[in-house]
Design a protein around this ligand. Structure first.
Ligand SMILES: [Zn+2]
Length: 326
């Protein structure tokens, strides 16, 4: 049958087929071709004997239906593309095998006790990291360093790892030498920050990746401020002071910041401590829901024993949403 002689009811049925089976249409251009094909049919040949008023009326309706179909297919294709992006990886990240976003689309967010958070953070094989071949030095005195490490391990500190290849600069205003994160953690931090902004929460970073040198300077600064000498460390006289420092800071080689997957948060709301800020309320509510949906968990939560330092409400470690969202 010549397409120019398609009767009106068949032309209408083609529109219905489009509506029912729009998934088989691969492009909007195809819809437009259908519309162009049908419009001339309805235009003159079928209705040339009818009053021009009725033809105008029908043309107006067909034009409206055509427009509605184009909009419908555009919206459908857009939504379908979005859902595909949530389960596959975008082209610019495919080579590195990274997702574009850690924000989950479906599934229940799992709940964890303090101990379970601790075990989870320790059990993850963090991508692009390698174990230290030997523990980084602390004071430089091997006997003193061995004693400090022994005290650290007795508290539950575990040796961590360092990036295998270079990691990403993240351009956070409060960071300097530690303005770096692993690519997956950088993506997840941007997700977390965006989620906070949506809720008007002024969340920011005050620490990210730390090299062993950075951690050494931090730890040695604490030893110095308490007047601890190497001979005191070796003799054991400084054990109490070292334990005080270890309750707040790791020795080089034992900080989770070395991996590039750990961040310290701050809240720009005028609070004197993160624990009392509205950012902590926001991130910790409902078993750290807002952290987990972007792939983060508390690094040293309340309710876990022997984890090294005392609980640190500001520190979070990336584990990936797959481990915390069913
Ligand atoms: Zn920290």
């Amino acid at each position: 049958m010549d397409q120019n002689h398609v009767p009106y009811h068949l032309a209408t049925s083609q529109y219905l087929i489009l509506l029912i089976d729009f998934n088989s249409i691969y492009s909007v251009n195809q819809i437009l071709r259908y519309t162009e094909m049908v419009m001339p049919v309805v235009d003159m040949r079928q209705f040339n004997k009818r009053s021009s008023k009725r033809v105008k009326h029908r043309r107006k309706w067909l034009l409206l239906i055509g427009c509605a179909l184009v909009i419908f297919v555009l919206v459908t294709q857009f939504m379908s593309r979005d859902s595909r992006q949530n389960v596959t990886k975008p082209s610019n990240n495919e080579q590195r095998n990274l997702p574009s976003s850690t924000v989950p689309n479906t599934g229940a967010v799992m709940k964890f006790t303090g101990e379970q958070f601790k075990e989870l953070a320790r059990s993850v094989k963090y991508p692009n990291t390698q174990l230290f071949l030997e523990p980084p030095y602390i004071t430089g005195d091997s006997v003193a360093d061995a004693r400090i490490r022994k005290l650290a391990e007795e508290r539950g500190y575990v040796m961590t790892s360092i990036p295998e290849t270079s990691i990403e600069k993240i351009n956070e205003p409060r960071l300097e030498n530690d303005d770096l994160l692993q690519p997956l953690a950088a993506i997840a931090w941007r997700d977390l920050k965006a989620a906070a902004r949506r809720d008007s929460i002024p969340l920011t970073l005050i620490s990210a990746y730390r090299s062993p040198e950075y951690q050494r300077n931090l730890f040695m600064g604490r030893l110095k401020s308490l007047g601890v000498t190497t001979s005191q460390i070796v003799s054991g006289d400084a054990d109490a002071k070292i334990n005080t420092i270890l309750s707040q800071a790791a020795v080089p080689g034992y900080s989770r910041h070395h991996t590039g997957y750990t961040i310290d948060l701050w809240c720009e709301d005028g609070s004197s401590a993160f624990l009392s800020s509205k950012c902590f309320d926001w991130i910790s509510k409902d078993n750290y829901y807002n952290a987990k949906i972007t792939g983060w968990i508390p690094s040293y939560p309340d309710g876990a024993g022997s984890q090294g330092p005392e609980p640190e409400p500001w520190e979070y470690v990336w584990v990936g949403k797959e481990l915390v969202v069913n």
